[in-house]
Design a protein around this ligand. Structure first.
Ligand code: ADP
Ligand code: TRP
Length: 321
């Protein structure tokens, strides 16, 4: 079973990315044949600053490696190292009905957020389909917001196969990790770079502390019982905690005489404890960027060899040899 997922280098990765996408992908990837790539061309639909894109690309690679991605088991690569994907995207785009793209929520959401409409933004799902199909992926772990794009990929792949009368593309399945659902941000909305409500994975501890201490809580007096199920601090703590730790904090909330300040300290502490080995590993990697480059380049070569095979099938099927 081949697993593939991509993540855009469009800003610093945060806890929502970690628990919603990185951790499940790393765990799942360690079990099978997995590809994880840095979607530079997707980020280019919104990031128009070369230095920022370069930095964010490196940061995503460092973050994944620091958080436990083993490059011997998971192929980590940059989208930019596989130019075949763009030719493939053209093959797909000639069989993609306009209406299919017009219905994409993500496009409409981006326009609503004030991102100017560009052809790239509109055609984004076709490039994503090319990414997925290039590596004959079976399963694509993504957040809920990306599920529709995987469904679009299936539609486009089926249309191409049907049009040219050959099974050129394998149809992928989206995989949504229901257990992690949506990680709340500091303000209670979905944690997202676009909402300025994140806890960045590798922010300095001082900054994390300040942000955690500012999380709004209700005004229940210290002595009274508190509801863990409506509290953001408890929700964030639960992501890190073992079942016993979570049950203990729940009991503290319900028992009264337990303040939000204490819960926030516990959150900071468990965050620091969990990320301490990742931070150390990230520091080591920063001192060995040649190694990181080598991992990405080797990953790119492996991925490219797969994409070349798929592109060759598409070219033949469409009559371009
Ligand atoms: P952002 O909303 O910060 O721009 P992206 O859209 O780049 O994040 O998401 C990258 C990956 O991380 C996707 O698979 C997405 O579903 C996941 N993800 C992002 N934010 C969250 C969240 N708050 N909870 C769960 N998963 C998330
Ligand atoms: N669109 C995805 C996101 O914003 C990133 C992405 C690009 C992707 N190509 C992909 C994810 C292929 C999975 C498979 O999160």
């Amino acid at each position: 079973m081949r697993i593939l997922t991509g993540i855009q280098p469009s800003g610093k990765l945060h806890l929502g990315n970690y628990f919603g996408a990185m951790k499940p992908a790393i765990e799942l990837g360690s079990k099978g044949d997995a590809f994880i790539f840095i979607a530079q061309y997707h980020a280019l639909t919104t990031v128009h600053d070369a230095a920022a894109l370069r930095q964010a690309t490196l940061d995503v690679a460092l973050d994944f490696l620091a958080c436990g991605l083993d490059p011997e088991r998971i192929c980590l690569f940059r989208q930019g190292d596989v130019p075949e994907v763009h030719e493939l995207a053209w093959f797909l785009s000639v069989v993609t009905p306009m209406g299919l793209l017009e219905r994409c929520h993500s496009y409409k959401d981006k326009l609503a957020r004030g991102i100017p409409a560009s052809h790239g933004l509109f055609a984004y799902p076709v490039l994503m389909a090319a990414d997925i199909l290039a590596y004959t992926s079976d399963v694509v772990p993504v957040g809920r917001d990306q599920k529709q794009h995987v469904e679009v990929t299936r539609d486009i792949a089926a249309k191409f196969n049907q049009t040219f009368g050959e099974e050129v593309f394998r149809l992928p399945e989206p995989m949504i990790s229901e257990s992690v659902a949506v990680i709340p941000g500091l303000d209670g909305q979905k944690m997202s770079k676009s909402y300025n409500n994140t806890l960045e994975l590798f922010a300095p501890i001082k900054e994390l502390k300040a942000k955690i201490m500012r999380i709004a809580t209700d005004s229940t007096p210290l002595e009274d019982p508190k509801n863990p199920d409506t509290c953001r601090v408890f929700a964030l703590y639960s992501l890190f905690a073992t079942d016993e730790e979570r049950a203990a904090m729940r009991a503290n909330y319900l028992g009264g005489n337990y303040g939000y300040g204490t819960a926030k300290k516990a959150l900071l502490e468990i965050y620091e404890r969990t990320f301490e080995p990742f931070r150390r590993r990230r520091e080591e990697l920063l001192g060995n960027l040649d190694y990181v480059e080598q991992v990405l380049r080797r990953g790119g070569e492996k991925a490219r060899a797969e994409a070349v095979k798929t592109l060759d099938r598409a070219r033949r099927a469409a009559g371009i040899v």
